[in-house]
Design a binder for this molecule. Structure first.
Ligand code: C2E
Ligand code: MG
Ligand code: MG
Length: 279
């Protein structure tokens, strides 16, 4: 009986494995045609200044509506797109679309907004990345200071010319920030050398405010550290009023999260602004 159970257990396990692998290879395959089939859309999540309560920026977050599998989370398909290389085309599309969208918002008379675009390591380490950025800014006529690149700590470790490219981009006037801060390597000496404007506190730490005092105290430390280095701080994943108050009290500059708004389609951003004006 024990043996039989063992066998079944094994079979179950391999079936699960097969399912995972076939879903991954399906995704890898279908990613190639997703762009031309126009299955992607971009949602935008507001970033709020904690001092004024106003929306000062938005983060572009990719959405994929697969014709058979339905909505697939970028947490699932981005890592696959990175291994197959399709992230290069996808990333180009997001950059172009986000800049066009921000320019369009400007032209409808919205206050200045910075649009944050996540950049994958492979995309950032392309030798022509800088030229690509210049081209997009030129063709969309978006002012460089209204564009932000969100880079991961892993990216900075992996791509060799990263600091040089960062310096070039900063000279161009683009805003640079580091994502999920506190979860990666975080060598403090290295951090000091980076031409970065903003640290983004990972949502794990934000979520600890009000429940885990040790992680909450790390939030204070990161805010202090950023300010000491002349950088600003954005807290990600703010979900409660208590978290908002804690962050504001400890002089965190910006915040984003479901407490303010989830990521929304572009026209809802315009609506949020018309509400904001009513105050
Ligand atoms: P991220 O850049 O750290 O983005 C934050 C994620 O947290 C987003 O998930 C967002 O929807 C979610 N989020 C925002 N507020 C809250 C909150 O209050 N609570 C919780 N629990 N979650 C919140 P999303 O949209 O599923 O994206 C997941 C990740 O996929 C992103 O993490 C980013 O690393 C990657 N990603 C998304 N779009 C792109 C893209 O265009 N290019 C690249 N390279 N990566 C992207
Ligand atoms: Mg991000
Ligand atoms: Mg993050």
């Amino acid at each position: 009986q024990v043996k039989e159970f063992g066998k079944n257990h094994f079979r179950l396990f391999t079936n699960d494995m097969r399912e995972v692998v076939s879903r991954q290879s399906r995704i890898a395959n279908d990613l190639h045609r997703a762009l031309e089939n126009q299955e992607f859309s971009i949602y935008y999540q507001p970033q709020v200044s904690l001092a004024s309560g106003r929306i000062v920026g938005v983060e572009a977050l990719l959405r994929w509506n697969h014709p058979q599998l339905g909505m697939i989370s970028p947490g699932e398909f981005i890592p696959i797109a990175e291994t197959t290389g399709s992230i290069l085309q996808i990333g180009k599309y997001v950059l172009q679309a986000a800049c066009e969208q921000n320019k369009a918002w400007q032209e409808t008379g919205l206050p200045e907004l910075r649009v944050a675009v996540n950049i994958s390591a492979l995309q950032f380490s392309q030798p022509n990345f800088y030229e690509e950025v210049e081209k997009v800014l030129h063709s969309t006529r978006l002012a460089p200071h209204l564009l932000e690149f969100v880079l991961t700590e892993r990216l900075l470790q992996e791509s060799k010319g990263a600091i040089e490219t960062m310096n070039d981009l900063k000279r161009l006037g683009v805003h640079l920030s580091i994502d999920d801060f506190g979860t990666g390597f975080s060598s403090l000496r290295y951090l000091r050398l980076l031409p970065v404007c903003t640290l983004k506190i990972d949502q794990h730490f934000t979520g600890a405010i009000g429940s885990d005092p040790k992680d909450a105290s790390l939030v204070k430390t990161i805010i202090q550290l950023a300010h000491d280095l002349g950088m600003s701080v954005t807290a990600e994943g703010v979900e409660t009023q208590q978290q908002e108050e804690f962050l504001r009290h400890h002089l965190c500059d910006y915040a984003q999260g479901y407490y303010f708004s989830k990521p929304v389609p572009p026209k809802e951003i315009t609506q949020l602004f018309s509400k904001q004006l009513e105050y």
